[in-house]
Design a protein around this ligand. Structure first.
Ligand code: IVH
Length: 662
């Protein structure tokens, strides 16, 4: 027991030296030896394991979900300042709120990570939570335990109860390493260190969190219950440091606004030298009494403000402009740039968003431009340095055809987007086929996105119509496809051929043609063939159809690929014409069959009548409405004639029921 306690104290001391002070005194091997010794002793004496033991940082069992935590003190957010003027306004406001008082300010780094609250009872870490909405957060205690710089037991004289607030973050180096690992493992990359930190902390498996190099800076005391509480924010940070926290680094105190602003300006450059991300500075009133006096609004304290750094802007040259096609067929102009380093990464492309923005910014090939990263992530062109133009710059025009497939493109009225209308455009194809097979479309059961992707990858289909030409052997080449599942899919495809034509029209995925519009169009024109022949004007004459929809339909049917697609669909036996709404058309009508039918069995004929709401009788009576005549008609025919009941030939029967039989 004595040795266990000795080891814990030693390890805690070295954790503090390493994680908090960044000044390790022993080698990793020596540290590991101590840690192993403790782990072995604890394994032998499991009853002696305590939650604050350094061995408890490795990450326990995965959780089902995070519990909720009602914050004892709300975790407020901060107002923003973007300029010197905003900072002066902030200081002037405080001057008015605290007349005739000296006001001291603390300026500290605004760490770009995830805000957390940590609670300690009698010096022991009891609970940690995310900020959440400020009132209620998620209980991430187990994950926070794994972060080396968060003390599990406080050093020295701890207050009875202490709640602190800080930021969990990831260094640039750890972020880079993590993404390298993920790239090797074919996993999604994190966009920035903040997302990586937040994603790592909000893991249900604490062992995953433990494997990520996270760190935490503590920058505030939310609750200090006990003696010797601090009187100023700066003093609070010092006390937190003594208790073993890694606190807000390099903070400075000012009473002169001019000096404070100079200092803030210096950080614009200095920030690049930090090994972890900051997105600004936080200015706080130092005196806790003054903080209390000015109080807070519902969302943020009046005594603090966040100064956000302007996005870093750099100059480069537009080498080329090209067009990318997105998943929905939208054409996006993209500038290729001379590679430059901006906000921590090398940028060689920037989006120009759309034709309007391209024109408005008047970006030409060869231009010198200023770029920055929007939201510190997506590179964009801020403006062109027109004074640098030589006259050799080339104006770029958006293409009339899709660069991927050569189909016509359509600029949708009232929208900035230009879209490729090609039905076989590779980028759009996958989405188009998924839509085709979807429930509201052809409703092909068992044909989901992953199967469609495989079919395209294996080049077994090139458009939606190809689905109907697939063979069992081809389907059995797909992952997890046996004979049975292949057969099932073929049946599903067969069944889908009978869907009403309005479903097919919707399934074709013509832009702006939703389910309702598809029904309307089929009601009006009756068949796809007729719809292909109508003009834009004719379409627009339908009350619900405006120029936007009309244009989209006409453009769709003008495509050569559309011809091919519809031809293949028709060949596959897909219904292309309106079926009269026959349901119930024979309701109340009684049929009697006499003699054998050529094209279907008596049973099938009876089913047909019943499916249309009619009934079938076995003998001719006054209630009989029709007698259907097969060959070798017998006495029923004589009776029908006597009663004056209409007599149908087999062909007439099929005509009446609308059944196509060959
Ligand atoms: S003080 C009531 N100090 O910035 C005062 N916040 O935009 C609360 N942040 O949600 C915040 N570094 O997550 C403060 N040194 C710092 C900070 C800091 C980063 C974050 C914090 C907050 C956000 C507000």
């Amino acid at each position: 027991m004595k040795r266990i306690e000795e080891l814990r104290q030693l390890i805690r001391y070295h954790d503090y030296q390493y994680y908090v002070l960044d000044a390790p005194e022993i080698s990793d091997q020596e540290y590991d030896r101590l840690f192993q010794e403790l782990a072995t002793l604890e394994k032998k004496h499991p009853n002696l394991v305590t939650l604050d033991s350094p061995t408890q940082r490795v990450g326990g069992k995965p959780l089902e979900g995070f519990g909720q935590v009602q914050h004892a003190i709300p975790l407020l957010s901060l107002g923003n300042a973007f300029s010197e003027g905003d900072i002066r306004d902030f200081a002037n406001r405080l001057g008015r709120l605290l007349p005739n008082q000296e006001i001291e300010y603390v300026v500290e780094q605004k760490i770009d990570g995830l805000s957390v609250a940590l609670e300690y009872v009698n010096g022991l870490f009891t609970r940690g939570a995310t900020r959440g909405d400020g009132e209620i957060g998620e209980d991430i205690t187990e994950n926070l335990r794994t972060i080396g710089s968060i003390p599990l037991r406080l050093r020295g004289d701890a207050p009875e109860r202490l709640i602190v607030r800080g930021e969990v973050f990831m260094s640039f180096e750890a972020f880079k390493k993590l993404n390298e690992q993920r790239s090797m493992a074919n996993e999604m990359l994190f966009a920035n260190p903040r997302n990586a930190a937040s994603g790592s902390v909000r893991q249900l498996d604490p062992r995953v969190t433990a494997s990520r190099a996270l760190d935490a800076f503590i920058y505030g005391i939310l609750l200090w219950q006990g003696d010797k509480g601090p009187l100023t924010h700066g003093e609070g940070l010092e006390k937190l440091k003594e208790l073993g926290f890694r606190t807000s680094p390099e903070y400075q105190v000012f009473s002169d606004i001019r000096k404070m602003i100079d200092h803030i300006e210096q950080w614009q450059v200095k920030r690049a030298l930090l090994s972890y991300p900051i997105d600004g500075l936080v200015i706080k009133v130092n005196s806790l009494m003054q903080q209390e006096e000015v109080g807070s609004t519902a969302r943020s304290p009046r005594w603090a403000i966040a100064y956000k750094f302007p996005a870093e802007e750099v100059t480069t040259r537009v080498v080329d402009i090209s067009v990318g096609v997105g998943r929905t067929g939208v054409l996006t102009p993209v500038a290729t740039l001379d590679p430059v380093s901006v906000a921590g990464s090398v940028v060689s492309r920037a989006t120009l968003h759309n034709e309007d923005i391209l024109k408005e910014k008047d970006v030409r090939i060869g231009d010198t431009v200023i770029i920055r990263k929007a939201g510190d992530v997506i590179p964009e062109i801020v403006r062109v340095l027109k004074e640098n133009r030589t006259g050799n710059e080339k104006v770029f025009r958006m293409p009339d055809v899709c660069p991927e497939c050569g189909s016509e493109v359509l600029r949708v009225p009232r929208e900035a987007a230009i879209r490729c209308m090609g039905v076989a455009c590779p980028v759009q194809l996958r989405e188009t086929i998924i839509h085709f097979a979807s429930r509201a479309g052809m409703d092909i059961q068992g044909l989901g996105p992953s199967v469609i992707e495989q079919l395209l990858d294996k080049k077994l289909i090139h458009d939606a119509a190809d689905l109907y030409y697939l063979t069992k052997e081809q389907l059995m080449q797909l992952e997890r496809f046996g004979e049975k599942s292949a057969e099932n899919l073929l049946v599903a495809l067969e069944n889908s051929k009978k869907r009403p034509v309005e479903k097919l029209l919707y399934a074709l995925g013509i832009r702006f043609v939703g389910e309702r519009t598809a029904e309307l169009l089929i009601d009006q024109f009756g068949s796809l063939q007729k719809l292909r022949e109508v003009s834009q004007e004719e379409l627009e004459s339908i009350p619900e159809i405006g120029p936007r929809i009309a244009n989209s339909i006409v453009t769709f049917f003008r495509q050569e690929q559309t011809d091919e697609l519809l031809g293949k669909l028709a060949n596959a036996g897909i219904r292309m014409e309106k079926t009269e709404n026959r349901q119930g058309m024979l309701s109340g009508k009684q049929f009697v069959f006499t003699g054998g039918l050529q094209k279907m069995s008596r049973q099938e004929a009876s089913d047909l009548v019943k499916s249309l709401g009619g009934s079938v009788g076995s003998s001719v009576t006054k209630k009989t409405d029709y007698v259907v005549l097969g060959d070798k008609a017998g006495s029923k025919l004589t009776k029908a004639e006597a009663l004056g009941i209409p007599i149908l030939t087999e062909a007439e029967f099929y005509e009446l029921t609308g059944k196509d039989v060959v």
